[in-house]
Design a protein around this ligand. Structure first.
Ligand code: SF4
Ligand code: SF4
Length: 488
């Protein structure tokens, strides 16, 4: 009969082995590790992990969480750090407002983002997913840690879920889900403040509920969405929903750096005997993998990295830490599971700048340059002039002719601007209806403009005229338009 585990380490290994045994890895490519053969969900109970990478990720996560939660309150030149107000079509990135008129810049920025992702992923795999993706950071560094705190490590969670519904279990579950919902509410509100701004969110919270039914609806919907993701959906968000994960098979090649098991060193795997020295074990012909399954037991997506790179792997580094700890204990070199490319493992090649990577980098350089030119040459003020719909020309008592126009001026700066309009190279005058054109910071102003021309300055039918847009005495734009008059 197998002896019962005695030390905490024995217990961990026994847990890892029993967890791994419940999954048949022989046909791992035919079904998801988180689903049973008949398609039902197989809940993953990843064991707590500690190690160099986990500690680094923890520090990095604190930094990211700090930025994420303080982001809505950080302003640059009076504008938020990031605002994606789709309803009002107002987008702010690093304090720079992008108007609908800046759509070309926005489109180029999106292309830069996509190509950067291509370059980065081709070179470094899913580094983003493991270290910076908000889903991984929130799930592994916040919600998972709270779960460990309330329900204990993997084997305790498994036991609790199998236990009958009695007072201790009900209390733990109520506490956990209460905290999860509270946190989800917070996360949902942070997301909402990146969409409508924290001032608008504050109004929703402080005003009577009846005045902001839509806003409240969004707050509740976001909270429930995040609660659903972090309490139940978890790793499936990465496997089923995230398009980035699905793109891995297109982007990765044998030179991409991924979290990889060094099969040349690890195989043939076999358990190590308690009294066996590691140096002596190598002479038996066995590889360094002692088949302890610690790497499997800590994996939050429930996979066995020894089967090779898989779509479910989010590069969270937990298996690297777990295996490094095992290697340290048996006196073997660390890094059996490490950041490496397939060519790095099989041919000992370092990261290469492949033609594919060169191509992506070239396209990225062109796009970044184009983006920089567009951003830095962007005018502070942008005006458009349109003939007033349905209006014709009129003859004034002094014999001159008039046309009515609508002018729209966007002030992209964070200060109020007085805009002056002047007729260029035409004998006539113009009048801004309703007085001066003073545009508030980051606002659009629409006004009517009446232009009168001397008949001597007009051609038969249509005359092309120019209208100078001046700010602080400096011409920043010339608008061309057609002036309609009688045909001779
Ligand atoms: S790869 Fe490392 S952690 Fe995984 S089973 Fe082998 S020795 Fe254990
Ligand atoms: S295989 Fe390793 S790196 Fe990938 S998700 Fe699992 S634990 Fe994280």
């Amino acid at each position: 009969m197998k002896p019962a585990p005695t030390t905490p380490d024995d217990k961990k290994t026994a847990d890892a082995r029993s967890a791994a045994k419940s999954v048949d890895w022989s046909d791992f490519r035919d079904h998801l590790s988180t689903a049973t053969r008949d398609g039902r969900r197989q809940w993953v109970y990843p064991r707590k992990v500690d190690g160099k990478f986990f500690r680094l990720r923890t520090w990095f996560s604190w930094l990211l969480l700090m930025i994420m939660f303080s982001g809505p309150f950080i302003t640059i030149n009076g504008n938020p750090l990031l605002l994606m107000n789709i309803v009002e079509r107002k987008f702010v990135v690093l304090g720079q407002i992008f108007w609908p008129q800046d759509m070309i810049i926005f489109a180029i920025a999106m292309l830069v983002f996509v190509v950067s992702v291509l370059v980065f992923t081709t070179a470094f795999g899913r580094l983003w997913c493991g270290w910076a993706c908000p889903q991984t950071v929130m799930m592994e560094m916040v919600f998972r840690k709270i779960e460990y705190l309330i329900e204990g490590d993997a084997h305790q969670q498994r036991a609790l879920n199998q236990a009958p519904w009695q007072a201790p279990k009900i209390a733990k579950k109520l506490l956990k889900h209460g905290v999860f919902y509270g946190l989800s509410f917070l996360v949902g509100n942070v997301l909402l403040s990146y969409i409508i701004g924290w001032q608008a969110l504050y109004q929703i919270v402080t005003d009577p509920p009846a005045r902001h039914l839509t806003g409240l609806g969004f707050m509740i919907a976001f909270s429930l969405l995040f609660y659903g993701i972090f309490a139940r959906f978890r790793e499936q968000a990465c496997t089923f929903i995230c398009p980035y994960g699905r793109m891995q098979s297109l982007l990765l090649d044998e030179n991409s750096i991924v979290v990889a098991y060094d099969h040349t060193r690890g195989e043939t795997r076999a358990p190590i005997k308690r009294e066996q020295k590691f140096s002596a074990r190598r002479q038996t012909g066995h590889g360094d993998c002692i088949a302890c399954n610690q790497c499997v037991s800590v994996c939050p997506t429930g996979i066995d990295i020894r089967n090779g790179t898989q779509m479910e792997c989010v590069h969270c580094t937990a298996c690297m830490d777990a295996c490094d700890n095992v290697m340290a204990k048996i006196g073997a070199p660390r890094g059996l599971i490490r950041y490496a490319s397939l060519n790095g493992i099989e041919r000992r090649e370092p990261l290469r700048f492949t033609p594919r990577l060169m191509g992506y980098t070239f396209v990225l350089t062109v796009l970044v340059s184009l983006f920089a030119v567009l951003v830095f040459s962007r005018a502070d003020v942008e005006a458009t002039l349109l003939r007033a719909p349905g209006s014709l020309f009129q003859q004034m008592p002094d014999g001159r002719y008039s046309n009515l126009y609508t002018i729209r001026v966007v002030n992209k700066t964070s200060r109020e601007l007085a805009v002056e309009l002047k007729l260029e190279n035409s004998a006539g005058s113009l009048q801004v209806m309703g007085g001066k054109l003073v545009v508030e910071p980051q606002k659009l102003l629409e006004n009517s403009v009446l232009i009168e021309l001397d008949p001597s300055a007009m051609k038969s039918g249509t005359t092309q005229i120019g209208l100078g847009v001046y700010v602080g005495g400096k011409r920043i734009q010339t608008l061309k338009t057609a002036f309609i008059g009688p045909r001779n």
